[in-house]
Design a protein around this ligand. Sequence first.
Ligand SMILES: [Zn+2]
Length: 185
Amino acid sequence: MAGVYNVYLKNLVPEDNMDWGEGDMYAVGLHIKQLFDEVCQNSNSTYSTSDYWWDPPKGTVKDTELLVYVLFDSSQSLIAKTRPKWKIDLTKGGNTFFLGYSTPRISEIYLNTMLKFLDAHLLIAKLAFHELMHNKLEPFSVHTSGGGGLATGGMITSSTPLNDTNKELMAKKLGKRIPQYQGAL
Ligand SMILES: [Zn+2]
């Protein structure tokens, strides 16, 4: 029988930050699970359901699983720190580093770009999902061939849909081995 697909989030927001806490983490986690549950329910998926986990110990995340780093702003960028030659736009809501299939990939999102919006928790989950599409699918061109929706290269809002193409693309690749950078766990 098909198993549970695990998605991990690592909270690196400074502890003294008043705009972000455990209640927010819980809400974002539930939205992440909802999105990945929909992917798992797609007929192309070999998983039956998903779950989310915050702050896994180093070594927990399997190559088939996904990890996103949650930062307060892009000054904390792990990609900028560890991959200084990788061109990233630090004004966006997030970025993903990828290089071939065996180099661990890094997905990160920046909360300060999103917390001011209504439905911020849902928006954060959707932005995380977008970065995880890059993480799982690149060098497939997510922005131009991902079917729009949460694959869009444009602005993502809390009402941007997870559409059927998005679900199918992710469902087909969920079990693919794409190692995740665990150097900041
Ligand atoms: Zn993108």
